[in-house]
Every structure is written in structure tokens, then in C-alpha cells.
Design a protein. Sequence first.
Length: 348
Amino acid sequence: MIARTIEWKDNKVLMIDQRELPAKYEMLTCSTYYEVIDAIKNMAIRGAPAIGVAAAYGMALAAHSINTKNKSDFLNRLKKAKIALSSSRPTAINLFWALEEIWKGVVSSDEPVDELKKKILLKAESLAQDDIKTNYLIGEYGSTLFQDGDRILTHCNAGSLATVFYGTALGVIRSAFKEKKNIKIYIDETRPVLQGARLTAWELQIEEIPVTLICDSVAGFLMYQKKIDKVILGADRIAANGDIANKIGTYSISVLAKTHNIPFYVAAPTSTIDFNIEDGKGIPIEEREPLEVTSIMGKKIAPDHINVYNPAFDITPNENITAIITEYGIAEPPYIKTLNTLLTKNKR
Ligand code: MRU
């Protein structure tokens, strides 16, 4: 079974280094919050819920390194760490959400600095535990949507590696498989960083869940051949109206799914919903370096000085989304109403 993606051990943060997987399986140790920022930026850790938890542990590292008993000095220095951590990647709201969760508990407390340090670590640990619980619940709800014989397409990696453990979209697939549903998975390679080929294919293979790897451009032809029954994937941010930002290529798949009348499901924790953003147009989209496109795993595949456009995410409009699976249940359109109802019923 795959190990937990990230944990706190001996006052350090340990994470599976996802950059060289599956060729190399290595753990990365971060002793400072700067190292956590680097790990998020260079995608040693990636996936919306995982980077949220990494940022929370980054705050714990920062807090432990601040050598003062003076509370306002402590808060000023911690705030600097928070700002630096929040600049590591822009699209996944989970990162900012986790930082706020930590910060809220600190600024509202009267406790002395030493107690605050303990409190921050406890909160980071509880965010990590909650992520696992959340994924199991998403899995339980989501697997009700899958039937025996379903052939399911997923994109990128919304798996255990994108979370603390179990995964969101892959959590649903894991749960359906555990329930002995006879399902078959297709995974897009997910250019340019190849999270599908390197991470999702690897995760599913370890658990012996039947999986077939395809090039991104094959998805449409499979649908045309009536070989895909359902699509499920994750999200990095969900706007109030249900538009989602997810890995580049998600929008194209949603259009294909709509054309072929194939249900298109999004699995994500409610911490991925950003009610401050009305629709997808307001979601910041990260652009990454050209090198990701002009080379594959260090091998040059394009001429020098070529112009490159490399958005890491795209926006899928709510009208292309059949349902959003959360830890509180399944929301269906109109999301502007149903997401809110889920949240208010379960009080975030
Ligand atoms: O650039 P990445 O690898 O961080 O992008 C990850 C995705 O787009 C995932 O689909 C998303 O974060 C959901 S993960 C549960």
C-alpha cells in the first residue's frame, strides 16, 4: 500500500518527493519553512490538499524557529512566514485556506508564545488527519455513482499523493474498487508534468486497480468509440457558481464528455470551495516555466528560444459538470445554491 504523502517527525516535515516518481522513490526532509516553500514551488509536493497541509506544517516549522517570548514580535515574524508560504503557488485555494486556519487560532488566542507554538503544530496535525477522513467520506459518497462495468477516465493525479492519504477522485475509485465494483480506469498522461503517467498510473498499479495509460489526445477518440462511461477528477479551486480550476486539459475533457453525453464528476473537499470568487474568471491561473514544455524529464524536445505558453490549470464552467462530490455529500446544479446548502447544513 502507498505510504502517507506528508508527516511531521522529530520536528521536521517529511514528504514523498514526487519529482522523480516512479523511477525513484525518495523522502524529502524539510527542516525550515523556506524548504517547504521550495518543495511546493518545485512540485516535490503537489496537489491541492497536499500543498495545504504542507503549508500548515511550514507554519509549524516557522513557529518553532522563532526565538522570542515577546508575543507581538512572534506574531510579526510568523506573519512574514505566512506571506512567504502563501506566495508558493497561486491557484489551489487549499494552501491559503490552511494558512488562514492556522493563523485564526493564533491571533485569537491569549496564550504565551510557547503554548502558541504547540497549538500551531496541533492544528497542522489535525488538518492532516481531517484531510484523510475527508477523503474517505468523498470516496464513500462518490462510489455510489459508479456501477459494475464502468470504464472511467481520470486526469492528472487527484490521488493519495495529491492529499495526505487516499485521494479525492482516486479515493472514489479506491472505494468503488474496495466495494468490489468491476471498474476499469483510463488515465491521461497529463502533459507537461505527467502526473497521470508518473503518479496516478503508479498509485493504481500498486493497488492492482486495472488501469490503462493514454496520451492526452486519445481521450476524445475513446469517447467516440464509446469506451468511456464516466469522467472523474479533482479541483484546485471551485468558485461559488461551481466553475472549477483544475489541471490543464480538464476543460477539453469536459467539452468532450458533454459532446458524448458522458457524466463528468469533480471530487474535492469543501476547503477547495472559494465563496469569495463568483465564477471561474476570478480564479488566478498559475503559469509555469517554459522548460516544462520544451523538455521531458530533462531531455530537450523543442528548439531553443521557442515561445512557450504553459498554464498549469484551466477553468471548466459549471454547465459541463454533472456533480461535485464533497465530504458532506454530492452537489448537483445549480451549484450556487447546492454548494452553499451543503456548507450551511454542515457548518464549516
Ligand atoms: O500542478 P498540480 O500537480 O499540483 O495539479 C494538481 C491537480 O490539478 C489536481 O487535480 C488537484 O490539485 C486536485 S488533487 C486532489
